[in-house]
Design a protein around this ligand. Structure first.
Ligand SMILES: Cc1cc2nc3c(=O)[nH]c(=O)nc-3n(C[C@H](O)[C@H](O)[C@H](O)COP(=O)(O)OP(=O)(O)OC[C@H]3O[C@@H](n4cnc5c(N)ncnc54)[C@H](O)[C@@H]3O)c2cc1C
Length: 400
């Protein structure tokens, strides 16, 4: 019996798994260092108290149990090394796992450039425990302001470095939340500032100009201080130093300056682009390898015209499904099918019930309708998994 291993139970891995289970005559192992799939784009809801950890995670044990495949196993392990020739995986927990075909869906991590001094004083939101730490810290900052009401009311200054999608969305959500907080409690000590720092001449570089204009306007309405053409130079425990010669006395820094491949992939001999993403062919097979596939953020995915696709949920899901189909095709001697993912549009959540959306490059909407569209798109992602999670949960609970 062929043994297929998926490393990474994120957007790409989970949807690949949903495809692989259609073949009941293979052994499947899903490995993830976490016990949950982190719904990263929804982490703002957690920070803004619109949801709990339960709303931004999917339990991988329940999901896998619900999939009802006779030879599916989920292993909560951290992969440390892969011998691609011997087809063997090593883990931090000292397990070794052999495979016939491997699908790499390990995602990416925040890129911390080595030349910026003091980056250890900053935080990123890609990891759930870090997002939770930030949420608690953010609330503590707000609480400190209430405590300061009758005293000096010092400025609280949160700096977000990087004005791509993640940086813009988190700055907007925090600003909205803080504004509401002060208003609802009638707290007058609202000396609270958020600065968003972009190394380019605009926020959201490479996005459609209309989307940039609509998003910039919203950020200004939320009183966010946008600093452009400026990079973070260094920071110490008190100040953030910028290349425009200014310094910010910060309360908290979020670093959202880009992504890079995980160490597991960076240190491997697999072919990679400058960001460390694995080079794959149109079937998502790693170039030069017969039984190794990659999907999601970790792969340089292209559409049929050869255009490189952005690293996002839509592409992760589509490439995961496509890679899984091709693994099944390969082991059953069928022809492989080229992956041709399509972008449905761009959705940017901008605090509270406000988002801007570009649908298929045809229609652009903003405000509450944009928010509803974004909610719908993310719910549509979760919806096909819900029945499996519930089924798996009931199964596991009845065994206890
Ligand atoms: C704050 C934030 C907001 C975002 N907002 C949006 C948005 O609005 N829209 C959008 O489309 N995209 C958004 N994204 C991007 C989106 O989350 C990613 O494109 C998506 O998560 C990629 O899916 P993936 O399956 O490739 O990787 P991931 O979802 O990152 O999953 C990778 C999995 O691999 C596991 N793993 C990694 N290394 C190992 C190892 N060595 N051993 C075992 N397991 C391992 C991890 O635990 C993880 O579960 C956002 C990202 C962030 C961080």
């Amino acid at each position: 019996m062929k043994h297929i291993v998926i490393i990474g139970g994120g957007y790409a891995g989970v949807y690949a798994l949903k495809e692989l289970i259609k073949n009941k005559n293979i052994k499947i192992t899903l490995i993830d260092k976490h016990t949950y799939h982190n719904l990263q784009p929804e982490v703002y809801d957690l920070i803004a108290n619109k949801g709990t950890i339960a709303d931004v995670t999917i339990d991988l044990s329940s999901l896998c149990s619900g999939f009802d495949h006779p030879f599916l196993e989920y292993k909560n392990l951290r992969v440390t090394d892969i011998d691609y020739k011997q087809k063997q995986i090593s883990t931090a927990e000292q397990e070794t796992i052999k495979f016939d075909s491997l699908l790499l869906c390990v995602g990416t991590r925040t890129f911390f450039p080595q030349n910026i001094e003091g980056l250890n004083n900053t935080n990123d939101l890609k990891k759930l425990h870090k997002a939770l730490y930030f949420k608690q810290n953010f609330e503590k900052q707000l609480f400190n302001k209430i405590e300061d009401e009758a005293k000096k009311c010092d400025k609280t200054h949160i700096a977000v470095v990087g004005a791509g999608l993640s940086g813009v969305e988190i700055a907007a959500e925090m600003a909205y939340y803080a504004n509401q907080f002060f208003k609802r409690g009638s707290f007058h000590c609202d000396n609270f500032k958020i600065s968003l720092i972009s190394s380019r001449s605009t926020i959201l570089p490479d996005f459609d100009p209309k989307m940039i204009q609509m998003s910039s306007q919203r950020l200004k309405d939320l009183d966010i201080n946008i600093i452009t053409d400026t990079k973070m130079q260094s920071c110490d425990k008190e100040y953030l130093y910028l290349t425009n010669g200014t310094k910010i006395r910060y309360s908290f820094i979020i670093f959202a300056g880009g992504i890079e491949a995980a160490n597991l992939i960076l240190k491997s001999d697999l072919p990679k682009n400058k960001k460390g993403q694995i080079l794959v062919d149109e079937y998502l097979k790693v170039e030069g390898y017969e039984n190794i596939f990659a999907a999601g953020d970790i792969a340089q995915v292209k559409d049929r015209s050869g255009k490189i696709m952005p690293a996002n949920v839509t592409i992760a899901r589509a490439s995961g499904i496509s890679a899984a189909k091709n693994i099944l095709n390969q082991i059953t001697d069928k022809q492989l099918q080229a992956c041709n993912p399509k972008l449905e549009g761009t959705l940017i959540a901008l605090g509270g019930r406000y988002a801007v959306c570009d649908l298929y490059g045809l229609v652009q909407v903003k405000g509450f309708i944009g928010h509803l569209i974004k909610q719908y798109v993310f719910f549509r992602y979760k919806l096909p998994l819900i029945q499996y999670i519930k089924k798996g949960y009931n199964k596991l609970s009845s065994k206890m």
